[in-house]
Design a protein. Structure first.
Length: 306
């Protein structure tokens, strides 16, 4: 097999030494404290910030935080918003924070919120999809998860015993998915790397076992004024999955161990923006995430009350 990644032997799964070589190649490129924790500290009294764990690689540096309303309303439904499951996907983290600072208070009379804005803080700092053990947290949401990030979030959710109406998991699809992460996972697993296409624009991933097409359509409609929607490729697909309507594909979320499948919420989605598009900016991507959250919450609330 031709070499397509600098670590490991092509065609053979990585050894422990290979994983260590990959870890040693990672460098801190931005500050979780300055870009995330400081923003959480600045939230007003309508919200309560609490730690639900920390990462063993550096427990003081990588504490895991969740935000909820200071005073929950027993009769109101609950919404879960997660960002930074893939730490390198910046607008997922910053979109969750922007929503908390600008829009969340408008829902306080009708909705209880729980927000985990940066599930993978080490990944955020080194700008990587994987955790320190070369594992993908967003394929690790299952019982006895090997991902500390996924396990900590699931334990927190289980401990709160909340029946969620909606769960929105905020993500990006970047050019580095093709230049770095898909080659890396193929090398790690001893498989052949098959190049793919990065969709240019916003799209959502619904759950094939609970697709909720009207919910997905409402999110697409809410985002369309902010940024362009990803068209399908020549095969009518986005990232290898058939589109079910403009800008929407479905995955089996529970089977794949995706974060969006971790609750029994009635409405679930994974948002995806494309920050490397010539038609997008970082600010556009953050605003698109906020627009997606608002559209998804508004639809869910209307459906619950109807």
């Amino acid at each position: 097999m031709e070499r397509f990644y600098p670590i490991g032997i092509p065609g053979q799964p990585w050894t422990d030494d290979d994983r260590q070589a990959w870890f040693d190649a990672q460098t801190i490129q931005r500050s979780y404290h300055d870009e995330v924790v400081t923003s959480l500290d600045a939230l007003d009294d309508a919200f309560e910030v609490s730690a639900y764990g920390s990462l063993p690689i550096d427990p003081d540096r990588y504490r895991l935080f969740a935000v909820t309303v200071s005073s929950s309303k027993p009769e109101a439904p609950w919404a879960l918003i997660t960002g930074g499951v893939h730490g390198y996907e910046t607008s997922g983290v910053q979109g969750a924070l922007r929503f908390l600072h600008t829009e969340a208070v408008t829902y306080q009379d009708q909705l209880n919120l729980l927000v985990a804005p940066c599930v993978s803080p080490w990944g955020y700092e080194v700008i990587n999809r994987w955790n320190p053990n070369a594992l993908d947290p967003n394929r690790s949401f299952y019982h006895d998860s090997p991902s500390e990030e996924a396990a900590a979030l699931m334990a927190m959710i289980k401990g709160r015993a909340i029946d969620f109406l909606v769960h929105m998991d905020l993500h990006e699809t970047t050019d580095s998915d093709e230049t770095e992460f898909r080659p890396a996972v193929a090398a790690r697993d001893g498989e052949t790397y098959e190049p793919g296409l990065i969709p240019d624009g916003f799209y959502t991933v619904g759950d094939s076992e609970n697709p909720m097409p009207l919910f997905q359509a409402a999110i697409i409609a809410g985002v369309e004024p902010v940024t362009h929607i990803a068209p399908p490729d020549d095969d009518g697909q986005i990232i290898g999955a058939d589109i079910t309507q403009p800008g929407v594909i479905n995955y089996p979320c529970v089977e794949l161990g995706l974060c969006a499948g971790m609750t029994n919420a009635r409405f679930t989605t994974t948002t995806e923006v494309y920050p490397d598009s010539p038609r997008a900016t970082d600010e556009i991507c953050i605003n698109a995430q906020v627009a997606a959250v608002k559209a998804g919450l508004d639809f869910s609330l209307a459906a619950a009350s109807g």
